[in-house]
Design a protein around this ligand. Structure first.
Ligand SMILES: [Mn+2]
Length: 303
């Protein structure tokens, strides 16, 4: 039998539950994110090494990782899909489990964020968002005739309205209304843009210390849109944008943020598998495993 990183037989047994939300309704460019979670789970099940070279052991031996697939949500309307993701995540959080959500399009994050907001006051939580896009539109009326407020390009606006603090990293494209929203000091949003030499110190990467210093709360939530990374590492995604976070920079940022704050939840979204490359789902599986190992690092000591 092939060893899997996911070894908990059910949710009760698990400490961490990877929730698959293959929802895709409002994606604006290339489709395919509904197939993302399945591809990532397959990598965790049979392709990724169980041995972690930074901890020099097998985290999956010490951390009980389980999974829950929410099935095909794409036949639901955006409000119904959101309600389903929220209530399923809430049930798992009620069992005191850590939830790592896999999308699907970015709108799924709001489900877990709504569920968490019943447990911890959002004002005490900072969302660290790795993304090429701000996702701060009020709605999608500038590019969609049948506009809604529950689209992937509005997800962080809705989260911000819930009261969450917001720090964005890797941003390299936005709409005028988003610019006005995040640059309004009243909204207190910190944006670390990529590729503007004047802001990034002559094209050098933004020091990770600066990002850490911008987070004022004890609790953090991590949302990773894979398009935040350089498309060289994450080519399979709906709306790729050139530039972005280099692989090892992203891994270091994630490690240091988890070690310096208290991570209450995480999601990785917008994985759209390609027919000729498994790189995106493989790297996403690696991010999942690393996030879980860092979060539960106290359990990795000793034998
Ligand atoms: Mn994005």
């Amino acid at each position: 039998m092939v060893d899997s990183i996911i070894r908990a037989k059910n949710i009760e047994e698990a400490e961490v539950v990877i929730v698959s939300a293959g929802y895709e309704k409002t994606a604006s460019s290339r489709k395919g994110t509904k197939n993302g979670p399945k591809a990532v789970i397959k990598m965790l099940d049979s392709k990724l090494e169980l041995f972690d070279r930074s901890y020099k052991m097998q985290p999956s031996d010490k951390i009980n990782i389980g999974q829950k697939d929410l099935g095909d949500l794409s036949s639901l309307t955006p409000p119904k899909a959101l309600q389903k993701i929220t209530s399923e995540c809430a049930k798992i959080l009620d069992k005191e489990k850590f939830v790592l959500l896999l999308g699907g399009e970015h709108s799924v994050s709001l489900g877990l964020l709504q569920a968490l907001s019943k447990k911890i006051n959002p004002k005490e939580v900072t969302i660290l968002q790795i993304d090429a896009h701000c996702d701060l539109r009020d709605n999608d009326s500038d590019y969609n005739d049948k506009s809604t407020k529950l689209v992937h390009s509005s997800v962080m606006r809705r989260a911000h309205e819930l009261g969450y603090n917001l720090v964005q990293v890797g941003i390299r494209t936005y709409f005028k209304g988003e610019y006005e929203y995040f640059s309004n000091p009243k909204n207190n949003i910190k944006v670390f843009e990529w590729g503007l030499p004047a802001l990034a110190g002559n094209g050098k990467e933004i020091p990770i210390d600066e990002i850490l210093k911008s987070i004022k709360t004890k609790y953090i939530y991590l949302t990773i849109d894979v398009d935040g990374f350089d498309p060289a590492y994450m080519p399979g995604t709906g709306t790729p944008v050139s530039g972005g976070l280099p692989w090892y920079y992203g891994l270091e940022l994630i490690e240091r943020i988890i070690k310096s704050k208290e991570l209450i939840g995480a999601d990785i979204v917008e994985v759209s598998p390609q027919s000729d490359s498994v790189l995106t789902e493989y790297n996403t599986a690696q991010l999942c495993y690393s996030i879980i190992a860092h979060k539960f690092r106290a359990q990795l000591r000793g034998n």
